[in-house]
Design a protein around this ligand. Structure first.
Ligand SMILES: N=c1c2ncn([C@@H]3O[C@H](COP(=O)(O)OP(=O)(O)OP(=O)(O)O)[C@@H](O)[C@H]3O)c2ncn1[C@@H]1O[C@H](COP(=O)(O)O)[C@@H](O)[C@H]1O
Length: 87
């Protein structure tokens, strides 16, 4: 189990060290357009899960949306602080 901040640190490290076989590295290399499409896709899955699926399935979809948002943030060079100052 990990927190939002811990996942962000892990993904930032992946971006820096670019380990072989990392899906995150591939998602970053795909560019901001592809990253944005993934955010939209996962957001739609969250919506559907919220209306029709179990709590556990919804939680899994939310986790994937959070992951895709973090990939987009890292792709654009945003930090957590850039976002948190708006909360
Ligand atoms: N939390 C996640 C995570 N959530 C979602 N995903 C990716 O999103 C996919 C699920 O999304 P989709 O519903 O679009 O499934 P899909 O269409 O089969 O996926 P694609 O073929 O489009 O990749 C998963 O198969 C993963 O590729 C994640 N990939 C990685 N992480 C975590 O990120 C960290 C770094 O991972 P790597 O970069 O792979 O080392 C690790 O801690 C992982 O647990």
């Amino acid at each position: 189990m990990k927190t939002f901040d811990e996942l962000f640190a892990e993904l930032s490290e992946r971006a820096k060290t670019r380990p072989e076989g990392s899906g995150t590295v591939a998602a970053l290399d795909a560019g901001v357009h592809a990253q944005g499409k993934k955010v939209l896709e996962e957001a739609g899955e969250v919506w559907i899960a919220a209306e029709h699926e179990t709590d556990d399935e919804l939680a899994e979809e939310v986790s994937q949306l959070l992951y895709r948002v973090q990939v987009l943030m890292i792709g654009r060079g945003l930090t957590l602080e850039d976002v948190y100052r708006h909360l």
